[in-house]
Design a protein around this ligand. Structure first.
Ligand SMILES: [Zn+2]
Length: 208
């Protein structure tokens, strides 16, 4: 199979895969042997993928563009040139989809949860929410060392082991969670601007 046909075939497979994803609406504008043009409509952005053999264009066979719907800013542009392999093109198409996916992650950090002490039931609920967010790749686990260079020695080991830190990939908010022990003592703290406060003895006492 020549490179162009292989590229066409593999790009269509990716588009079909995306079509089964409920987060995006796909409109096929052109589907001919040497001419394929598709539009994508996500909640926060839109995209276009063209695979063709134009006589005169700034790309050889492939053009993919993603625009932010609110700002109309270009989030992604790929235009191939002479000598780019099928593999490279496929990689760049996949990259476009992953950029769109990232732009469409929704978080509820604003409306959900605030800094508070938690009952055992509430702690259980919070743990479920946090682990769901990690599963959806909305949150990633983090560590205060990464954020402010805050060291383990500054609080005692037993307290430290009960804590978990998360960062929201979408809004940058940091969540610090303390699991309950036999006396309860669970809480969640939220740092909206992603800035972890300097650890003071007052904060330590209050949140212990
Ligand atoms: Zn968030």
């Amino acid at each position: 199979m020549d490179d162009f046909l292989e590229l066409m075939k593999r790009a269509k497979e990716i588009v079909h895969r995306e079509q089964s994803n409920s987060e995006v609406e796909v409109f096929v504008k052109l589907d001919e042997k040497d001419n394929y043009e598709v539009f994508f409509d996500w909640v926060n952005c839109m995209g276009q993928l063209i695979i063709s053999k134009p006589d005169f264009a700034p790309y050889r066979w492939v053009r993919m563009e993603i625009l932010d719907l609110t700002t109309e800013r270009q989030l992604y542009l790929w235009q191939d040139s002479e000598g780019d392999s099928v593999e490279k093109n496929i990689c760049r198409i996949e990259k476009g989809f992953s950029i769109a996916e990232k732009a469409n992650i929704k978080c509820k950090c604003d409306e959900r949860l605030k800094s508070e002490h938690l009952s055992l039931d509430e702690a259980e609920e919070v743990e479920t929410i946090l682990s769901e967010c990690v599963k959806k790749k909305l949150f990633r686990k983090t560590h205060p060392l990464r954020i402010i260079g805050y060291f383990r020695m500054e609080i005692d080991e037993t307290v430290y082991r009960r804590r978990k830190w998360y960062k929201c990939r979408k809004c940058g908010c940091i969540w610090e969670y303390q699991m309950p022990d036999e006396k309860g003592g669970a809480w969640i703290r939220k740092f909206t601007d992603g800035k972890y406060p300097k650890w003071t003895i007052e904060i330590y006492r209050r949140w212990r």
